[in-house]
Design a protein around this ligand. Structure first.
Ligand SMILES: *Cc1c(COP(=O)(O)O)cnc(C)c1O
Length: 357
């Protein structure tokens, strides 16, 4: 029988998606599997092992340390995020590469650190907007034998109607990086996220950094099958109780569902405490016994209710309930929440047991 809230993670799907990304990238392009935020909610270690990529990338120093502690020792790890001095020390102690863009970053930098220089070509987040400054930092690192990479990040790779912004970012980065690339052969040049990997071969350079597609999620929140991706996560719970609800009776906090008819309700022990968000109140569907039913009433911390329709029903306590999977995609849930698939899987909390599919 199911646990109250469990996510099964299909490692074979992650491996197949890594194959799709490798096939989409030019032959000698390296694959960097982005496993930040616990592998977008799938489990960073599971994802890293399944992807068998050339590199791993995370956002934080602690995430890098966690991968090393799980015996992922033979792979280069890049910490992409900003690092405070104590965090930088943790990242370097985990033998991870780090990112820089200010000359001050070199102050006190241990001599064995490996550093990637980031140009902000238009994302407006981390990195320097100044190609001259980025070049200065790269030159100083190269003098010390510490230059490991040259990078940027795209803001609109997932949006084909971006009025040329992606192309402009790519041109800005290419103009900066091509002369440096010729001078510093040791530097790995990388820019593409999942969307850019599918969109533009000229953005692949030496390595692509793919996250969302690895998990079988579509970078543009459309159908993952378009790129041949297989969703790796399904979310299940079970029927905790079945009861009659007469016309005019309600279920849940605030009586946000009042039944218009005599019906049968199932209570399913999963809620926003598991990451099944309250915004799904009266807005989601679930699958029980191969059929879709409407989830009704307020999503509570620990429970939701499902309208099984007028009785009799063959749904019984203990029956498995699928919230993501069996035709319900993370993209569908994201649309209902007016968010993106990334947030749906990242938002599943630690209370959701992850287990192999
Ligand atoms: C998260 C992230 C990625 C991966 O992006 P996806 O859209 O998930 O493929 C790549 N690069 C940087 C800098 C990131 O923060």
């Amino acid at each position: 029988m199911s646990l109250r809230a469990e996510a099964s993670i299909d490692a074979a799907a992650i491996a197949a998606n890594a194959g799709v990304l490798r096939a989409a990238a030019a032959p000698r392009t390296l694959l960097c599997a982005v496993v930040k935020a616990d592998g977008y909610g799938h489990g960073a270690v599971t994802a890293a092992r399944a992807a068998r990529s050339d590199w791993l990338a995370v956002a934080t120093a602690q995430e890098a340390a966690g991968l090393r502690a799980a015996a992922l020792t033979d792979v280069r790890i890049l910490v992409m995020g900003a690092l405070s001095p104590p965090e930088r020390a943790i990242a370097l102690a985990a033998d991870a590469d780090v990112v820089a863009w200010e000359p001050e970053f070199l102050d006190g930098l241990p001599t064995d650190a490996r550093v990637h220089v980031k140009l902000d070509s238009g994302m407006g987040r981390l990195g320097t907007r100044s190609p001259e400054q980025a070049t200065t930092v790269a030159e100083r690192l190269a003098d010390r034998g510490q230059l490991a990479g040259l990078m940027t990040h795209f803001a609109t790779a997932d949006d084909p109607g971006d009025d040329g912004f992606f192309a402009a970012q790519l041109a800005r980065f290419t103009d900066w990086v091509e002369p440096l690339r010729a001078r510093f052969l040791e530097a790995v040049v990388h820019a593409a996220n999942s969307a850019a990997t599918f969109r533009e071969p000229a953005a692949h350079f030496d390595m692509v950094r793919a996250g969302v597609a690895l998990y079988g999620l579509d970078p543009a929140n459309a159908d993952p099958a378009t790129h041949g991706l297989r969703p790796a996560l399904s979310l299940r719970s079970y029927v905790g109780a079945v009861k009659a609800c007469a016309a005019g009776e309600s279920a849940g906090y605030g009586r946000r569902f009042v039944s218009e008819r005599d019906t049968m309700l199932a209570t399913v022990p999963i809620g926003y405490g598991d990451g099944w968000r309250r915004g799904l109140t009266n807005r989601a569907e679930v699958v029980v016994g191969g059929r879709r039913y409407a989830q009704v009433g307020t999503v509570s911390m620990d429970n939701v209710t499902v309208d099984l329709g007028p009785g009799p029903t063959d749904v019984r306590p203990g029956d498995p309930v699928t919230l993501i999977g069996e035709g319900i995609t993370a993209e569908e849930v994201a649309h209902r929440l007016e968010t993106i698939n990334y947030e749906v899987t990242c938002g599943l909390t630690a209370r959701v047991m992850r287990r192999p599919a």
